[in-house]
Unconditional design. Structure first.
Lengths: 259, 275
């Protein structure tokens, strides 16, 4: 619905955000629940400063991010490669896609027990889970991009005498990039949820471990702090991927499709 | 999906294996190789039990159950029941709220940052909080499912309402339709496809959330099954559990696509247009 009058009603966004935090503080201040059980925003920050030293916190964040980056890079590399190969060689693609499509309905989280059996409790099992979480969306989108290319683009290129490898790398692959970008975004936020889940279930470091450990000590304020932190990191990294990397690199695509 | 890029040239050749047959042969080959590797001892049964072993475990688990007396059906029932409760709660709250927020511009603006932030909080990260507040068990699982599904349905409902063609509303007004009439005859039907796609995403999220939630501290449910059996190195049971989870995931995605086609025929092709 069109409301030209308030197109940039930014104040409303701020108002919504601030009033939510105010509401949270007010409910906490009313003391309906024990402040240990339902701490307000101020109490959360206080508890965070007191219980989680900055150095520990950065270590947790660092290890979680490192796991995501490792698994994600692996998933992206394999996903894009297999996606392109499957799209280019249709018969081989059919063979490769069969096991992928069979395994795809299994959520990556459900691989956690098997990953632990195979790779133990260390880093590699977490990397495997994140690999799976990023591989499937990136593969699927790459493949979809390859097979749904506007046929006229290929025909034009062929008419101009572009063939084989050159056709793949100079025409088809670039045309697939916007789809790969979609896969990247889906895969990234997926991976981020997965690392937290994997760390909740079995880890001794990382943000997921931090909040699970806080639960054992019954420090609800620290859990809330961790949850907000995880959300913020996810939001910021997603923004960075979308706005800074993808939009800049794929400017031609977004300009062409902007309306 | 059939029209691949290279397909143009290849179609000239004579005998061709159809795609379906390639898939069947590949599947059989993989299972055969898996069996062979397990038989020859190259893969240890603790790491990956053979397909025949998995099959016999499958039969065992439907009759005897694991842990004792909890058959696979009881696990499935527990998981499904949790999903249903959490999902229904999410649907019942998110749709009306989404319709409300979507039809008031300032409200939408005010809610937007809150929704964006709530969505980027991984639902799983709320598990410790849910356990601390409500304990391990049903209530925690249900509320987590509700949280996960809620935001997916809410955002899609809001988007749906916002995308209603203004001309439709204006035409309705011109013919003297009341606000109520416009809402039920114009806004709601054109919003339904988006609501439905939100519900689809929401159900997928619910499913993942419940598997993770069940892995922490519950005894019944598919997530609990794969985690418990892992602790006792019953890899065969873990794999049977994963197969069931996979089938479940497949039913959810295919079933909903079919349902959408039957219920909302005017929404077909919406995704293609978006591209």
């Amino acid at each position: 619905m069109n409301h030209r009058r308030f197109r940039h009603a930014l104040w409303a966004s701020w108002l919504g955000f601030i009033s939510l935090i105010a509401l949270w503080e007010i409910i906490a201040a009313l003391q309906l629940l024990d402040s240990q059980v339902f701490p307000g925003p101020v109490a959360v920050i206080e508890a965070a400063i007191k219980n989680v030293p900055l150095k520990r916190l950065l270590e947790h964040i660092g290890i979680s991010l490192l796991r995501v980056i490792m698994g994600f890079s692996l998933g992206a590399a394999v996903g894009i490669t297999v996606g392109i190969v499957s799209g280019w060689y249709s018969k081989l693609g059919n063979v490769l896609r069969t096991p992928i499509e069979i395994l795809r309905p299994i959520p990556p989280l459900a691989w956690i027990p098997l990953a632990i059996i195979w790779l133990g409790l260390g880093e590699s099992s977490k990397v495997m889970i994140i690999f799976l979480g990023s591989f499937f969306p990136i593969f699927t989108n790459t493949f979809k991009g390859m097979v749904t290319i506007e046929p006229n683009i290929i025909r034009v290129a062929q008419t101009l005498g572009v063939q084989k490898n050159k056709l793949l790398f100079k025409v088809i692959f670039p045309a697939t990039l916007p789809d790969i970008a979609t896969g990247f975004r889906v895969g990234w936020s997926y991976s981020f949820g997965l690392v937290v889940a994997a760390e909740l279930i079995a880890a001794s470091r990382g943000l997921g471990y931090m909040i699970m450990h806080a639960r054992e000590l019954n420090m609800i304020a620290v859990i809330m702090y961790g949850v907000i932190l995880i959300g913020t990191i996810n939001l910021v990294t997603d923004y960075l991927i979308q706005e800074v990397i993808l939009k800049r690199k794929l400017k031609w695509h977004y300009l062409a499709t902007a309306y | 999906m059939d029209a691949t890029i290279t397909g143009l040239e290849e179609s000239k050749k004579g005998f061709q294996l159809s795609d379906r047959w390639i898939q069947i042969i590949t599947t059989v080959a993989i299972i055969g190789l898996w069996e062979l590797l397990s038989r020859t001892g190259l893969i240890k049964p603790v790491h990956l039990p053979s397909p025949t072993r998995v099959l016999s475990t499958f039969i065992y688990i439907t009759r005897e159950g694991y842990p004792q007396d909890i058959t696979i059906f009881k696990h499935i029932k527990a998981t499904v029941w949790r999903i249903i409760q959490g999902y229904l709660l999410a649907t019942a709250t998110a749709i009306p709220l989404g319709l409300l927020i979507g039809s008031h511009f300032l409200l939408e603006r005010a809610a937007n940052p809150v929704i964006t932030f709530a969505r980027s909080i991984a639902t799983i990260s709320l598990l410790p909080l849910a356990i601390a507040w409500f304990g391990v068990g049903e209530l925690s699982s249900i509320l987590l499912i509700m949280y996960g599904a809620f935001w997916a349905i809410l955002t899609n409902t809001i988007q749906g309402v916002k995308q209603v063609d203004v001309n439709f509303i204006n035409v309705g007004r011109m013919f003297g339709a009341t606000r109520r009439h416009i809402f039920f005859r114009v806004v709601l039907p054109s919003t339904l496809p988006r609501i439905f796609s939100g519900m689809k995403i929401g159900l997928g999220v619910s499913f993942m959330v419940i598997i993770a939630a069940e892995m922490v501290g519950t005894v019944k449910g598919l997530g609990a099954l794969i985690q418990q059996s892992r602790l006792y190195y019953r890899t065969d049971i873990t794999i049977v559990g994963m197969i069931f989870i996979g089938i479940f995931g497949l039913i959810i995605s295919i079933g909903l696509d079919r349902l959408e086609r039957v219920m909302l025929p005017w929404a077909i092709g919406l995704e293609e247009v978006k591209r």
